[in-house]
Design a protein around this ligand. Structure first.
Ligand code: ZN
Length: 308
C-alpha cells in the first residue's frame, strides 16, 4: 500500500493566522492531541520576531513543554537569528522559507527573493552543522498576492538551489490558495524530476476551495508529503480572503478511503478537532469532523419499520 507522510502544521501555520492567541498549555495540548492521533512530524512553532507575530512569541516555552518521543518537531525560521533561537531548543528540524517574488519576500521576511533562497540555504547548513535536519519551503510557488502570476521557471530554479543545500526535502507552497490541480500536477512533476531523489512536499491553503483537489493532484504527481492543519485551522475570520491549510482529518479521510496509508487515526483526529473548536471560539473549516466518518465505526441502529 502506498504511504503519504503528513506534516501537522496547526500549532504553527494554523495558530499563527488566528486572532485568538492560545496559552502555552493549550498549544502543548494541541501537539499532544495530534501525537495521540498518530502524527509523527509536526511543525510546532516559528522562531520569528514576536513584535510581528505575537501568536508565536512563546515558541521556546512551547517546545520546552513538548514530550520527548520518537517524533520530528519542526521549527520554522526565516533568518540567522531565528535559526540560532531554534537550535537552542530541542526541535529536530528547521523549516526555512524562501519566496518567489521580491515584493512578498520583503513583506514577509525583509529579504529580496534572491536573499531569501540564499538565507534558506544558510539555515539548512546551520541545521546540519548542529546535527539537525533542514528543509526549504518555496512560498508563493503558485502565485503572489502582490505580483500575481509566478513563472514555474523561477520556482524550478529555486528548487534546484534548495536541493543543493543539503535540505531533506523541498516544498511547494500555495501560500495564498490560488492554485488549481492542473498547475499542481505540472509543477510537482517538474520539480520532482529536477530534484530527484529528494522528495517534494506540498503546502496548500484552501482559500478558493481547491485545496483538497490540489492535494490529490500532488499525490498523483508523486509528492511524498502533505502539510495539513487540524480542523483546517488558520482561516482568520477578521482578515478578508485569508483561509487555513487543508484540514488534516479531511485529508486523512480522502487518502485512507483511496487506499493510501497516512499512519493517522481518523477518529482521534475528529476528537481532537472537536476539542479544539471551543478553544478557538468558532467553528473550524474542516468538514469531516462535523459530518463524521464513513462507513461509521459502529453500524447505525435501524428500528424495524423505520425505512419503508
Ligand atoms: Zn501556510
Amino acid at each position: 500500500m502506498r504511504t503519504i507522510e503528513i506534516v501537522e502544521v496547526s500549532p504553527r501555520d494554523g495558530l499563527q493566522n488566528e486572532t485568538e492567541i492560545l496559552s502555552v498549555d493549550h498549544k502543548v495540548m494541541l501537539v499532544k492531541s495530534v501525537i495521540a492521533a498518530g502524527a509523527r512530524r509536526i511543525e510546532v512553532a516559528s522562531f520569528v520576531n514576536p513584535a510581528r507575530v505575537p501568536q508565536m512569541a512563546d515558541a521556546e516555552a512551547v517546545v520546552a513543554g513538548l514530550p520527548d518521543a520518537q517524533l520530528v518537531y519542526i521549527g520554522l525560521v526565516l533568518n540567522h537569528r531565528g535559526a540560532a533561537r531554534a537550535l537552542a531548543t530541542k526541535v529536530h528540524e528547521l523549516g526555512a522559507v524562501c519566496v518567489t517574488t521580491d515584493t512578498f519576500a520583503m513583506r514577509n521576511q525583509g529579504q529580496t527573493s534572491t536573499q531569501s533562497i540564499d538565507i534558506a540555504c544558510d539555515i539548512v547548513g546551520l541545521a546540519r552543522a548542529a546535527g539537525r535536519r533542514g528543509q526549504i519551503t518555496i512560498a508563493a510557488a503558485f502565485g503572489c498576492p502582490f505580483e500575481g502570476v509566478v513563472s514555474p521557471d523561477r520556482v524550478v530554479a529555486m528548487a534546484r538551489q534548495a536541493a543543493a543545500s543539503g535540505a531533506v526535502e523541498v516544498a511547494l507552497a500555495d501560500t495564498i490558495g490560488v492554485a488549481v490541480p492542473a498547475e499542481v500536477t505540472a509543477l510537482v512533476t517538474r520539480v520532482r524530476a529536477e530534484i530527484a531523489p529528494l522528495p517534494v512536499r506540498v503546502h496548500l491553503h484552501n482559500t478558493r476551495n481547491t485545496g483538497l483537489a490540489n492535494m490529490w493532484a500532488a499525490v498523483e504527481a508523486g509528492a511524498a508529503t502533505i502539510d495539513s492543519s487540524l480542523g483546517g485551522l488558520g482561516g482568520c475570520p477578521f482578515a478578508p480572503g485569508a483561509a487555513g491549510n487543508i484540514p488534516t482529518e479531511d485529508v486523512v479521510y480522502l487518502l485512507e478511503r483511496s487506499g493510501i496509508a497516512t499512519g493517522l487515526d481518523l477518529d482521534a483526529l475528529i476528537d481532537a478537532a472537536k476539542w479544539l473548536t471551543p478553544i478557538m471560539g468558532r467553528p473550524l473549516p474542516g468538514m469531516v469532523s462535523k459530518a463524521g466518518r464513513f462507513p461509521p465505526s459502529l453500524p447505525p441502529i435501524v428500528k424495524k419499520g423505520e425505512y419503508a
